[in-house]
Design a protein around this ligand. Structure first.
Ligand code: GLC
Length: 403
């Protein structure tokens, strides 16, 4: 069995972390399979996949494709959608790229092409050799993306199976794609060794260039990329309205990973928002922490604050695996991962007052934090164990190959 994975970026975000987990699981369970990864840019993803024994190769995406995103489309008029579709579809660079990809795929002659991200779903559909089957791995809601949903619907005939990372994403995909392609849910897993309650701790204060906190201060952190919908503003506002009943320091852990400046905050912008909220001295910015578990373990409370429904929310299960008390933005696939008040808490997306009161409740109750952390670890061991991945995926592959 030869499988080619297509990913548009070599930087590691959630979808890439999920892909690495899949590659590691398959490598261990199916040592005879030949796994290839083609990526649109270089980066840590390729290094890590290479270490797993996957054949990696960069096929540099032309700039017009690499920087085209959907964030602009969502806010734009129909005219803009068509214009952008035109740029994407008709740009000579994209066509040349699809042809190049087709040549590479023809040479590799895979049984399965597994695309991991929307641009690659389309490029995969254009470039797929007739014998290979194409599987789209959906990590995001497509229904809210005007252009992408139209394009994917137009190409669904070339896709054999769509794998969704949650039931919420699967339901949305069924509406967009109709009945022409099977849609199945496969939850992501979490590396339970790397994300464990015990292990090295990041020195968050040093990373954030702040003086060490006083003994007894509760550390609360938002761990996320700088994508605009990850709720940095909600978090900063929540910290700004905490009462002084318990000393708290907030941390923003993460950095900018996208090609498009408009889809994400810059650090300067976040500093300005923090200043406007009056929390410059009570919130630190650590930057990207390569081993996020070291940062989570150093936190008492981990906050997930996405302002839109989260398709899945890897950070949630990573935090739970680290035995942290976790507060989740309660919408989308994120709600499928937790049991409210038992192994995590929720707040309505964007509601910083409610978020502040959840933080305060947990900050004042060490026993509750501990019990919740313990229940969280047990829940992810049961539900998101990586040993599940290889079996589920190989059975999805085999069914797709048969149909
Ligand atoms: C995307 C989704 C995120 C999910 C990740 C892995 O980044 O936005 O919710 O956790 O993919 O599936």
């Amino acid at each position: 069995m030869r499988v080619v994975y297509l990913n548009s970026t070599g930087a590691i975000g959630g979808a890439e972390r999920a892909l690495l987990d899949i590659l590691a699981a398959l490598r261990a369970a199916e040592p005879d399979w030949e796994l290839h990864l083609l990526s649109g840019t270089g980066g840590a993803l390729l290094d890590e996949a290479g270490k797993l024994g996957v054949e990696v190769r960069v096929l540099p995406l032309p700039r017009v494709v690499a920087t085209a995103g959907d964030a602009a489309v969502e806010r734009s008029s129909a005219g803009r959608v068509i214009a952008l579709a035109g740029t994407l579809l008709a740009a000579p660079d994209s066509i040349a790229y699809a042809l190049r990809l087709r040549r590479v795929l023809r040479d590799l002659d895979p049984a399965i092409i597994h695309s991991n991200g929307q641009k690659m779903h389309l490029l995969g559909a254009w470039a797929k050799p007739a014998r290979a089957i194409l599987i789209w791995h959906l990590h995001d809601f497509i229904g809210t993306r005007a252009l992408m949903s139209r394009l994917l619907r137009a190409h669904v005939g070339r896709c054999r199976l769509a794998i969704a990372n949650s039931n919420a994403v699967a339901d949305d995909a069924r509406v967009v794609l109709g009945s022409r392609c099977a849609v199945r849910t496969m939850y992501n897993a979490v590396d339970l060794d790397r994300n464990s309650p015990k292990g090295p701790l990041a020195d968050l204060d040093t990373l954030a260039r702040m003086p060490r906190v006083a003994e007894g201060t509760i550390r609360v952190g938002l761990v996320a990329t700088f994508a605009r919908w990850k709720g940095h503003e909600t978090f900063l506002k929540a910290i700004s309205c905490m009462s002084d009943r318990v000393p708290i320091r907030g941390y923003i852990v993460g950095g900018a990973v996208y090609e498009r400046a408009s889809s994400q905050y810059s650090l300067t912008e976040l500093h300005e928002i923090a200043a406007d909220c009056g929390v410059s001295r009570s919130v630190g910015f650590t930057g990207f922490v390569p081993d996020s578990a070291t940062a989570m373990r150093a936190l008492d409370i981990v906050v997930h604050a996405s302002t839109r429904p989260e398709p899945f929310g890897l950070v949630i299960i990573e935090s739970m695996a680290c035995g942290r008390a976790t507060i989740v933005s309660g919408a989308g696939g994120a709600l499928e991962l937790i049991r409210d008040e038992e192994d995590a808490m929720t707040h309505p997306p964007g509601d910083w007052r409610e978020l502040a009161s959840r933080i305060e409740e947990l900050a004042m109750d060490p026993v509750k934090r501990q019990e919740m952390g313990r229940a969280a670890r047990a829940a992810v061991e049961r539900r998101f164990h990586p040993s599940r991945l290889a079996g589920e995926l190989s059975s999805l592959y085999r069914t797709a190959l048969r149909t």
